[in-house]
Ligand binder design. Structure first.
Ligand SMILES: Nc1nc2c([nH]c(=O)n2[C@H]2C[C@H](O)[C@@H](COP(=O)(O)OP(=O)(O)OP(=O)(O)O)O2)c(=O)[nH]1
Length: 145
């Protein structure tokens, strides 16, 4: 029975649509902006740390999606630079593919409209936070830059 359930869960993961997400690694001097997600029903990501961003909408390119998400979540304008890399992760109910971009802050300050907390940390300090599982892979990419 356990074997049948295991095979079924593997098939389930393979047929799950990959949700395409963009994330902004916003760097000011040597510090990177880290944001804490709110408490949520997705317990595995509840109050975990992430890079701001979100799902890419139909007919949007990564760049447009990033600018829109940061405006919506933080009422902030950023400059989007080069892509650091793309990571994939299978959560229990969804599968995500996250493209992470190196970004610079625009003028002014951000407002925390959808997050619990924010911290500016150096690349070496990043592993001290409780990151969303997918983001642990992004943190590794950043530490290799
Ligand atoms: N924005 C963002 N989402 C992430 C990261 N890491 C990670 O696993 N995710 C997951 C959480 C969500 O299941 C999914 C999409 O993120 P989201 O909930 O921020 O996207 P969104 O603002 O478009 O979502 P919605 O609430 O409008 O539906 O990606 C990350 O670093 N940034």
């Amino acid at each position: 029975m356990d074997e049948i359930l295991f095979v079924y869960s593997q098939i389930n993961i393979e047929i799950m649509d990959k949700i395409k997400v963009v994330a902004a690694v916003i760097k000011k001097d040597d510090k990177i902006l880290c944001m804490q997600r709110c408490r949520s029903r997705q317990t595995y990501n509840s109050e975990r740390w992430e890079f701001p961003g979100g799902k890419i909408e139909k007919h949007e390119c990564d760049h447009e999606a990033l600018l829109r998400e940061i405006k919506e979540e933080m009422d902030w304008d950023i400059y989007v630079g080069r892509r650091i890399g793309t990571v994939s992760h299978d959560y229990p109910d969804i599968s995500v593919e996250i493209a992470a971009y190196l970004c610079k802050p625009g003028d002014g300050e951000f407002t925390m409209l959808e997050h619990l907390d924010a911290k500016w940390l150096t690349a070496n300090e990043l592993p001290t936070l409780n990151w969303a599982d997918a983001d642990k892979k992004i943190v590794e990419l950043i530490r290799k830059l």
